[in-house]
Design a protein around this ligand. Structure first.
Ligand SMILES: NC(=O)c1ccc[n+]([C@@H]2O[C@H](COP(=O)([O-])OP(=O)(O)OC[C@H]3O[C@@H](n4cnc5c(N)ncnc54)[C@H](OP(=O)(O)O)[C@@H]3O)[C@@H](O)[C@H]2O)c1
Length: 229
């Protein structure tokens, strides 16, 4: 069997870096994107075949198009996973957060992942997966306590845009997974989070490997459990 290939978008640190580590350990070929060079990512080349693409800001349509051009001769990917996300001023309520900040969070967390998926959907193999990193906080039905308002709203918007994207491409031969990684100790998740990166990444890669070949649009956590929208 030929080696499976993954494209990991936003791999400089945190969960993206953890996913690249686990995928290489599992024998995947990985292409990983970053905005700026990451020594931690470069170091992972010791684990297996890793191609690093720098200068990819997911909010920059021209940079996404340039990446698509650079990768046009490469084999298609079994998994395209958009990991990049932000939680800028997540603690500031919607009534107080600067409009420009809330707008930028929406761009990066909701619109840009869908645009990336649109740009790369034809590069996903038959029976492959597009995976978008969302959050349990994006579940409308689970939102009882509030908090992290703009971040929650951006991930809820991502989930909604992803359902629309799946609907627009209902005949596609790939599946779409909205992935909640758990609450994880990263710069974004903070030091008090419940999980380490390795545990979350291990779980997410298991979920991906188990779901290859399944179509439709699902909202799952890192253990494979479905989450309510
Ligand atoms: N940690 C958690 O508990 C948790 C829970 C639920 C969901 N998530 C989601 O998981 C994803 C990864 O989060 P994390 O915890 O690993 O956070 P992190 O450690 O803060 O890493 C964020 C990553 O996103 C990249 N990024 C941000 N904006 C970008 C842009 N415009 N273009 C390209 N890359 C960009 C960063 O790159 P730079 O290094 O260049 O800034 C970095 O690689 C996010 O989507 C987050 O919402 C995390």
């Amino acid at each position: 069997m030929s080696r499976r290939r993954a494209l990991i978008v936003g791999a400089s640190r945190g969960l993206g870096l953890g996913l690249v580590t686990r995928l290489l350990e599992q024998g995947w070929d990985v292409t990983a994107t970053v905005r700026r060079p990451s020594a931690a990512l470069a170091d992972l080349a010791r684990l297996g075949p890793l191609q690093i693409e720098t200068g990819l800001d997911i909010d920059d349509d021209a940079a996404v198009a340039a990446l698509a051009g650079r990768l046009s001769d490469a084999p298609d990917f079994e998994c395209v996973f958009v990991v990049a996300g932000v939680a800028t001023q997540a603690g500031t309520p919607a009534g107080l957060i600067p409009r420009a900040v809330a707008g930028a969070v929406f761009q990066t967390n909701a619109l840009s992942p869908i645009r990336f998926a649109e740009a790369f959907r034809k590069r996903v193999t038959r029976d492959g997966l597009i995976v978008l990193m969302t959050s349990k906080l994006g579940s409308v039905s689970l939102n009882r306590g509030g908090g992290w308002g703009s971040y929650r709203a951006s991930k809820a918007a991502l989930n909604t845009l992803a359902r629309s994207f799946a609907g627009q491409h209902s005949g596609a031969e790939w599946g779409l997974v909205l992935m909640h990684p758990g609450w994880v100790r990263t710069d974004l998740g903070g030091r008090r989070a419940a999980l380490d990166v390795e545990t979350s990444a291990r779980g997410m890669v298991s979920v991906i490997e188990a779901r290859l070949g399944q179509r439709g649009c699902v909202f799952l956590d890192y253990t494979g459990a479905p989450l309510p929208w």
